[in-house]
Each structure stands twice: as C-alpha cells, then as structure tokens.
Design a protein around this ligand. Sequence first.
Ligand code: A2P
Length: 280
Amino acid sequence: MTEQRPVNEAAAKPAILPDAQTVTSVQHWTDRLFSFRTTRPASLRFRSGEFVMIGLMGDPDPKTGKQKPILRAYSIASPSWDDELEFYSIKVQDGPLTSKLQHIQPGDQVILRPKPVGTLVHDALLPGDRLWFFATGTGLAPFASLIRDPETYERFDKVILTHTCRDVAELEYGRRLVDHVKSDEMMRELTDGGVDKLVYYPTTTREQSPKMGRITDLLTSGEAFRDLGVDGITPETDRAMVCGSMGLNTDMKTILEGFGLEEGANSDPKHYVVEKAFVG
Ligand code: A2P
C-alpha cells in the first residue's frame, strides 16, 4: 500500500522556492477553513497521521531585502498511497502564514520540507479491538489520512471518529470525507470492505445540530457511549488518538487516563497518543 505512483510533475511550474510543490486544487469550506492539494515529492514516504513543515516565503526584510520562509507543521490529510498531498487549514486573518496561505490558487507554489514526523501513527499504539479518533476543528486532518489507510481497518474491528466543531458548516469537510470513504468503490476495494467498520460521531457546540456538546462532556456523562452502543473505554480493548486544541488534549488525557489508558510514543507503543492541531 505504500507503493507510490509517479507524480504529474509535467504540470508543475519551474521551482522557484526551496522544496517547492505546486498547488493543484483549493477548496474553501467556511470563512475560517480551507483545504488544498499539492503535488507530492517523488521521494516522499510518510506514515498516515504524520505531519510536515509547509509554508511560503515571507515579505522581504525592509533593511536587507532578504526573504525568509514562514513554515508551520501541517498534518498530511491525504493517505500515504495518494499521488498528491492534501492539507486542511484554518485561516487566521493576522496569522503570519495563514493570512497569506488562504489566498493560494492552483498553479501557485508552497514550500514543503519532506521530513514527515509525528505521534498519531499506528506504530505508537498497541494492538486493540477498537480505535477512537478524537478531533476538534482542524485536528481532523491526521484522521482524514488515517480513515483512508487500509492498515486502520486491518488492525481494528471498529473505528470511531468523533469531531467537535463550533458550527455545522465546520463539520462539512469531515462529513463529506466520511461519506466518500464509506461509499467509494475504490476505498471499499482497498480496505476489503473495512470502511464499514468506520463510525462517525460529529458534534457541535455553538450551533444547533443533531448532537450538541463537547466530546469531553459527552464522554464524561456517558452519553457518547450510549449513542454509540459501546460499554465504555478500557485499556484491554480500546486505543485512541487525540488531535485538537491544547484544552481538548489536556482534558482528553485526563479522561483517557481515568479509564486506565496510558500514553504511547513511536518508541514505546501504548494505549493512546496526542498531538496539538495547528492553530495559527
Ligand atoms: P466551544 O465552542 O465550547 O469552545 P475552536 O474552533 O475554538 O478551535 O474549537 C473547536 C471546537 O473544540 C469547538 O466546538 C470548541 O467548543 C471545542 N473545544 C474547545 N476546547 C475544548 C475542550 N477543552 N474540550 C473539548 N472540546 C473543546
């Protein structure tokens, strides 16, 4: 599955930036969120869930006229078998990078340092029966990759993706992706029907939707377990990956440790792993 097909570099503009890749498509989801796809460096191998540094050149220094790259860590939202790379980003109007990045168009170039790293990878978890992905906001990105990775369904009998956003429109990227993963013929073939194991649990906190509330509260009250027909979370059966704001990550750590789960790492796989979603 890690075999890589050739990238269509003929369509790319000549490289003017260091580690340049060409933007192939851009989609704006709300005034705060967008996703984009780029060409993939022919040599880039990564594990689903990892991140890379991407960015743009900054404005010239008023004194020296020199330009420095502005780079930030972005989870790769596409699966490791995809020809292209996909990213899911917030737009921060005064953010050093995203104030510019939100204006990219197909054919533009972005800088992409081809050194993938991260803890939201299968290697950092012990085998288990059920895998939980807990995301808020753009924390969905690593899971957008992992729910398209056949290994996810080879390793687990049930995969539960929870996504908490302020309003319904902010769920749209994830909702469409889950629909696609579950209905696409190629995804079914690739995962040998494994996509049927995927359960999606979207919640909103500020706009009315069928399921309201922070996932942390829904877990603590037991409501999420009742909704999902699950007895609870135990270190014997459950594994979890968490990606969101600092607040979510801290609160989820407390909740998961309360259930007896221990935090893992690439070098020391355990029951759950956490990574901060990119915010600026
Ligand atoms: P809330 O609306 O109650 O703050 P943001 O857009 O600010 O990144 O937030 C994304 C989602 O994450 C929002 O629905 C927000 O809920 C929720 N959220 C923020 N902090 C936490 C937390 N500590 N635990 C669970 N959800 C959180």
